[in-house]
Design a protein around this ligand. Sequence first.
Ligand SMILES: Cc1ncc(COP(=O)(O)O)c(C=O)c1O
Length: 452
Amino acid sequence: MTYSLAKSNAHFRKAVQRLPLGVSSNFRYWGDDKTVYVKHGQGARLWDLDGNCYVDYRLAYGPVILGHRHPNVDEAAREGQSVGTVYALGTEGEYRVAELIHSMMPGAELVRFSNSGTEASMAALRLARGVTGKDHYVTFEGSYHGLFDGSMWRLDLENQKPGEEPQLMPYGAGVPGLSRELFWQVPYNDANKLEDVLRRHGDKIAAVLIEPILGNCCGIAPAPDFLRAVRELATRYNVLMIVDEVKTGFRVGKGGAQELYGVEADIFTLAKAMANGYPIAAVCGKEAIMRRFGQGVAHGGTYTAQAMSLGAAEATLTLLRDTTALADIAAYGRRMQAGMTAILGARGIPHSFAGHPSMGGLFFRQSPPTNYRDWKQSDYRFYDALAANLIARGIMCEPDSREPWFISASHDQACLDETLKTFEEAVDVTLGDIGRASLWTDTARTPAPVAA
Ligand SMILES: Cc1ncc(COP(=O)(O)O)c(C=O)c1O
């Protein structure tokens, strides 16, 4: 059967008359004739308006850790609704979920709920400023902390002048230039550059805000001891360490990336996998710091800790804590990567995987990038073409090579078999379409010397 988006396309033409780009997030628009609209999902799969079925490796950029429409989670969300929605008063559920978080991540001595990762990042930064009395902060190139002005700056490598450092540019119009004056951005995995900034400006810097794995840049992982070096430098220069576990929390392990890499943040944020897709986030951290909420540092919000999401979070976290779900997800990721390696290896295609197997980036080079500049220098045309061929054959991966492949507890052997069979076919089609011209070796940035 040929792949058709006729119904999605028809819906787009209608939707675009009322919704900018026909969707509710710029990132969901893939082109006038390529934008996919979902009918429903179940487990590891989703179906679009045309009835195309996909194995879903996007999982809404990570949250759906147990699979779509998980019965326990949806039931708990409905039970949550029996409490009501919001009251501008507390409920018992928020204490129970905070206890659950603490039982898995002991660094969460106290917990404050937010609605989204963006809100949690903003609250964490405000808390750090309130505690230290300093305004500035440090972030890392290639990282993402949400759609707020202070985080919407990226390195402009396209327009870098020879011999000069690349400049930061806003994501788009409407980001005030003034917000640029509040932060420094340093390359990921470069503790020396971080120290340099902290040495010169530490008296103005409240926090180092870091994604422990660059979940928005192919899942680039920290070099051994990099996070511990960041921890040590933050302490030495009297700066708070905020670890953004919005993507990694309750995904790369029960105790998140902090447990995986043996570091403890002063403040950390959680969101996505916490409630299997229901909107909830949290700011967590050391008691002495967190008590400042309510002692001079403002935090709140009409919808924070609403009952439905709390119910979903309680069910999701209980399941993640008391079962082998996360270990199983990582094992699936490793098996999938091994299968892909067999297929690519047999065709002499250089490749590597970045990050953690539960959120791994696929990269067409012999070694994965270690920072954003490295990723940008490489040629990702093969990934782009392959992703389109996979999607058209029912494997829903992210078209943008910077997004990792996310795995849920619902991905089973049938999904894996289907994925690898389709992957093999899509690789061959891609080789036929664009050849090997875009496959680069590590040593010389020249096409790999393998005949097509
Ligand atoms: C590491 C990180 N922090 C923050 C955010 C923002 O979260 P949200 O989209 O829920 O606002 C994201 C979103 O992808 C993220 O990956």
